[in-house]
Design a protein around this ligand. Structure first.
Ligand code: FAD
Length: 386
């Protein structure tokens, strides 16, 4: 048996022994997931146990170095762990902007002191992070952001407003883009970290038509941020921001098309048997998804070793999110009017229509499909004037 095969066998046995049965059910919605952080209330003891057990093994962030709270696994071992978790239906132990976005940026741009301080807390789910990028008028044209950090010697004083800050009202800390030089558009932005309880930070939830409010407006009124809380160089935060966005896009693109999902034809056998047009659409979708997953795997390997084209994450984000939207259109079509049930117990609180509606945002968050296509046209296809 090869080392990797042995690792697979051990991993499966360990997951079988340690993943509580309650954590082998799909996550129903954001509220049902484990987000960690100072104020997080675990839904049940199994959720807490699963987070603690996985964090103790470094498997909330299996491929991070052990020194920073990770599992120190190779890329191949990480893939095996993910696929064994998918086979057993194990939930991710932790949903985390720290893991998906900030962590990789810190690993690349952080000082040793920052890595040792922040990364283990992220791995253990102790601090919940939010992302302060977008501003009113600066979404797609992010580099036009106006939130300003004034240099006061050993600290900055930050003033401005962010918008669409997901879960800002639940977050402990924010990673935030702040203009620190008004004369240089790209090289005048810095990447700052600060505690959401710092005096002068306030949030206001944005209520959606669904009744929920995952977003906030976030306001900074003379917020004092110590100088050592900058990541990367002064005024070179755009480099950190872009690198982090690559990880955000990778996360969003793969979000709904994970390995554990059954093919649509298998998931909806009645619809597939009785409705030929739908069956053909499902088959086409399944083929596209297999191709996307294969492509995604190759891209991830190339990306992690620095060989991937830098704009490829834009392409993957575009294809992955459009496919995920299509998947949920087909799920709704296969479910007929029953799939629209919003509140009944049978519909698990409207899980299907809520997920379907949520996927509409996939092609906006982390950069819109139109903007992704512009980047692909310009930087991959080398088209003029795009
Ligand atoms: C679910 C969700 C979660 C989010 N979470 C966060 C978060 O946590 N933190 C954060 O900072 N932000 C967050 N955002 C904001 C997100 O990053 C922005 O919505 C996104 O970047 C688009 O910016 P905008 O909303 O200002 O739209 P705009 O930039 O105003 O775009 C409006 C429309 O114009 C199109 N458009 C704009 N420019 C061009 C162009 N050059 N060519 C062609 N078409 C163009 C766009 O594609 C879009 O259709 C979130 C958004 C969503 C939907």
């Amino acid at each position: 048996m090869s080392d990797l095969e042995a690792f697979r066998v051990e991993t499966r046995a360990w997951l079988e022994a340690n993943c509580p049965p309650e954590m082998r059910e799909p996550v129903r919605d954001d509220d049902d997931a484990c987000w960690g952080g100072r104020n997080f209330k675990f839904k049940n003891p199994a959720q807490k146990l699963w987070l603690e057990t996985m964090a103790a093994r470094g498997w909330t962030v299996p491929d991070w170095p052990k020194a920073y709270g990770g599992g120190g696994l190779s890329a191949e071992e990480t893939k095996i762990l993910r696929s064994e978790m998918a086979k057993l239906g194990c939930r991710p132990p932790l949903m985390s902007f720290g893991i998906w976005m900030l962590g990789p940026a810190l690993l690349k741009f952080g000082t040793e002191e920052q890595k040792l301080h922040y990364l283990p807390q992220i791995a253990r789910g102790e601090i919940r992070w939010c992302q302060g990028y977008s501003e009113p008028g600066s979404g797609s044209d992010l580099v036009s952001l106006q939130t300003f950090g004034e240099d006061k010697g050993d600290h900055w004083v930050v003033n401005g407003q962010k918008i669409w800050t997901s879960y800002a009202d639940k977050a402990d800390w924010i990673f935030c883009l702040v203009r620190t030089d008004k004369t240089n558009k790209y090289q005048g932005i810095s990447f700052l970290l600060f505690d959401m309880t710092t005096p002068g930070v306030s949030t206001k939830p944005i209520l959606l038509i669904s009744g929920s409010s995952p977003f906030c407006e976030t306001f900074f009124d003379n917020v004092k941020v110590p100088k050592h809380q900058i990541v990367g160089e002064l005024n070179r935060g755009w480099d950190v921001a872009k690198y982090l966005l690559g990880h955000e896009r990778e996360m969003i693109s793969g979000g709904g098309l994970g390995e554990g999902l059954a093919s649509l034809g298998a998931a909806f056998p009645d619809a597939a048997a009785n409705e030929p047009v739908l069956r053909a659409e499902m088959a086409m979708f399944d083929v596209e998804t297999i191709a996307f997953r294969a492509h995604s795997e190759r891209f991830m390997d190339e990306w992690k070793t620095g060989r991937a084209h830098p704009a490829y994450s834009n392409l993957m984000k575009y294809v992955g999110t459009e496919l995920n939207k299509k998947r949920h259109e087909l799920v709704m079509a296969a479910g007929g009017s029953d799939a629209l049930e919003w509140e009944s117990a049978r519909s698990k609180g409207g899980a299907k229509p809520r997920t379907w509606l949520r996927t509409k945002a996939n092609s906006i968050e982390g950069g819109t499909s139109e903007v992704m296509l512009n980047v692909v046209a310009k930087r991959i296809l080398d088209m003029p004037g795009a």
